[in-house]
Design a protein around this ligand. Sequence first.
Ligand SMILES: [Zn+2]
Length: 318
Amino acid sequence: MTVIPFSSGLHRLGRDTYAYLQPPGTWGFSNCGVIVDGDQALLVDTQFDLPRTQALIDTLTTQLPGTRVATVVTTHANGDHCWGNQLFADAEIIGSAATAHEMAHEVSPEALRQLSGPDAPDGTLGDYMRRHFGCFDFSGIALTPPTRTFTGQLDVRVGGRIVELAEVGPAHTDGDVIVHAPDAGVVFTGDILFIGDHPIMWTGPVENWLAACDRIEKTGARYVVPGHGPVTDLAGVRQFRRYLEYVADQAHRRYEAGTPYWQAAADMPLPERYRGWGHRERLVITVAALYRQLGAPPAPLMEVLAHTAAAEQRAPAG
Ligand SMILES: [Zn+2]
């Protein structure tokens, strides 16, 4: 596999198939995908805000002139993958039925603006939100959910090409979808894959997420484009799968021992291969979801986020 540099913008992966990468890949810096045939394009995900989505459109206009985005696939309901949808008013927007439902119940752009803007509450959580989300512009966003929904699988035509959509959630969120371009050997995973940073499990169960990794591996793809971070390959998917298994096993032991979820996340030892990953504090969110799966009462979102912010401040390396 040719190594694709992790630099901002459009990168060709194979036959008329591109990754639009957004380093550093941390909170809100999400990747998109573009699959082209003739004058038609399918876009996988939009950006977190309107200026960043407009920059994506400008890049497509300049680098793929004469191409029209006829289809947008929304891989899941998190705003960093769909809050730019309104700028593709002429396109059909496809997502899972669960994603369409979840989009209406996610934290709203206005609420996120208040949580991360200059008027964000003082304290550890406000400081965390300002630092990680303060660079985005959440004004003017009109939630634009999928205009066509599906469950299970759906094949979509782009010119003469077939693109395979598969619903693999609930895992990261309620309705995760992965996008496979078989004739190019490329899978766009949405946030089923994070590369270089700790992932976030909002929903689970982890078994679905592991099965999603297996499904990606079965495609035999040459290039795997994560929702965040650099392009990887099937070895990267396997390493990520092992991380999920490890964290789930560790969380299970700590749950049985009666350890609170935030404490379980804080004192979980990490094998060497995961120590360089960023945002270790996100383990708090994932362990909270794993505990819920094990039978713990759901922890309120703001409580989980407050513990996440506090964990970053303690920030043991690895
Ligand atoms: Zn994301």
